[in-house]
Design a protein around this ligand. Sequence first.
Ligand code: SF4
Length: 400
Amino acid sequence: MYPDRVVSGMRPTGSMHLGHYHGALKNWIKLQAEQPCLFFVADWHALTTHYDDPSVIERSTWEMLIDWLAAGIDPSQTTLFIQSRVPEHAELHLLLSMATPLGWLERVPTYKDQIENLSTRDLATYGFLGYPLLQAADVLIYRASLVPVGDDQVPHIEMMREIARRFNHLYGKEKGFEEKAEKAVKKLGSKRAKLYSELRTEYQRDGKDDALEQAKAMLDDAQNLSLGDRERLFGYLEGSRKLILVEPQARLTAAGRLPGLDGRKMSKSYGNAIALREDKESVGKKIRTMPTDPARVRRTDAGDPTRCPVWQFHQVYSDAPTQAWVQRGCVSAGIGCIECKQPVIDAIVKEQEPMHERAQQYLDDPSLVRAIVADGNDAARRLAQETMRDVREAMGLAYT
Ligand code: SF4
């Protein structure tokens, strides 16, 4: 099988806030230590909803990249790039669009939601309808095995899988495939070849999924096969097609959600956000003026943490003894709200200190970020070109 890879992108929204950090970036930082990752700025996606106002895209892109680096995305472990600098995404998007039924795009749940939620914009455009397909191209072009997503994005991954399956079915036919696959089976060596054939029969005749998994694991271990033979044997297990595109899996982002200062979703447009690199005086001021349980009008009134957004911050930032102190002190009116908020302020300021430090070098010398991204663009492009060679060949566009 192709090597494991994680791919994820974000629209350039300018500077990031702590909601982005706890909702996505922390997870990216964890993933980069586990597997090869490609993280990209989805600048074309920004145009699907803001095609009439592209003026902020470039500035937002660089601000966002500095925040990623400040948060701890490590360019020595991860490939960071800008989507539009890898034009192969657009080529694959176009080619996939030829065979993608319109109904698949129209039924994506976020399509209807966004049309309703963004009713002030004219989103009856071809680009907006096609954005899940562009997302599919963004992922499939790297043959990604994993895509970190929230619950609402799972249907998009399902669609990517369907698109990859359909593509392999339509274009994975290879002249003399069965003969080539049988020759590749022999290269496994007699014992493994026998086992492969038995497992393939068990899967195809009896539908045994564990036989399929066992056979795949065996192929993963078979070091003596060429990439072409390996893909043939993976495809041969499930039918008579070569696997050109890989079906990615969704990796659900563990719920580490940090709400906004007013308890709603954190968002710059709601005015309830704390920027990733907010200065500490401003952090203190914002937390000290946060709303609390509305029932606690006076210091002597008992409160209920479950009705207070500060408690949600404690759940993200405080250890168990501090949380117990909040619970006891709030319901008994033993502590005041300003007192209760101080550990949250301290924890946020502490969390942000290394981010400020890491960001400083990029603010002092912006060419460092440019260089990191230029390297990332090149690396991403090399991988994208590998896939596109196979895609063009499969679709009769190789012109050799
Ligand atoms: S004591 Fe803490 S949890 Fe209770 S209402 Fe005040 S800020 Fe909220």
